[in-house]
Design a protein. Sequence first.
Length: 398
Amino acid sequence: MRLIKHVLLGLLIMSRPAAAEDSTIELAVGKTRVITMHEVTDIVIGDDNVAQVQLLGADTLIIKALKPGVTELLLRLSNGLTERIEVTINGFKNESEQTQLNWIKANMPGLSITVTEGIVIIAGELNEADHQLLLNHAQRNPDWLLQITRPEASLAQMIELEVKILEVKRHHLKNLGLSWPSAINGPLVTRDVGQWLSFPVAMQSTINLLEQSGSAKVLAEPKLTAASGGQAEFLVGGEFPVPQVVAQGLQDVDFREYGITLTMSPEDLGQQRIATSIKAEISTIDPATSVNGIPGMLTRRVSSMITAASGESIVLSGLISHEQSYQADVFPFLHQVPIVGRLFTSKEFRDAETELVVVVTPRLNEQIKRQSQRHIAAQRAIHEFREQASCVGLIDGY
């Protein structure tokens, strides 16, 4: 009987003089679909283990889903045309389960999802955050089989931190979504006063346009890399001597640091989102608080935790006041300090026409992770080969 079906299937394919538009049908195991067709004379199902087809009269077709799989249904019509229908049988019990699995496929692309004998098998590697999300879904679906591995310590997600320190003309800051009222030293957000903002990737195009038009100058553009949960630090500045009197009237010299310090701790939250803890500090010499000719230090610090998508930028501003550039004239060596020195020598900054803006853009460095994974996989393959071959005398690492 099965041989006759396959022969008839081949004859129908070869004898198709013309075909109506192909269509598809999706069913869950155990479900039934009724299709109305006009003047059907013959039906052929490619795999009767996947779906059962029954013709009632000449215009009613009943399809019953038996087990997960894909097969073809060919219908021969009285006018000589052949209708081809692709039948897909899913192992999902209901639409809610299918919706959950579609969401997992879209948000966790590294996983593989297969259905065997009505059991949904989900396999792959996930970080802690995504693993917890998957467990929440699995609790509502007890017939799911999870085969999840956790990244090894050496395979921690690497995050690249791109830092741009800019001098931007004040009247162009609105292009970045910032504004400075005359009575407030620092940026304003639409709803709350603050020094931190998160922007989509499109802001980078605005910065590039400001650079090309001469409305912004790049003072520094370092790139740092840190493991998820680790720390990266950017420091530029110098030290100035501070004489001190020690025992028996002797003098010693202590050195105090000044300049810009950025300390960043990124963490991969999964689903292409990064939480970044940023601490910024700018220290400059303040002659107004000098004692016995030794100047004091004016320090501004700010810290915050920002959550944004990979590739989105975080903006910090308002750390240096314009008065500090005039105070730097008392200590000419400050003009030699990278970044800050260039800013202090800017006439536009002195005249309050520009502002110092720091832009931090964290990005997931998938390339580094993939290279590490290939290296670990190669090491595992070598180790398994040695065990299977029972080799002796080989030195680890070669």
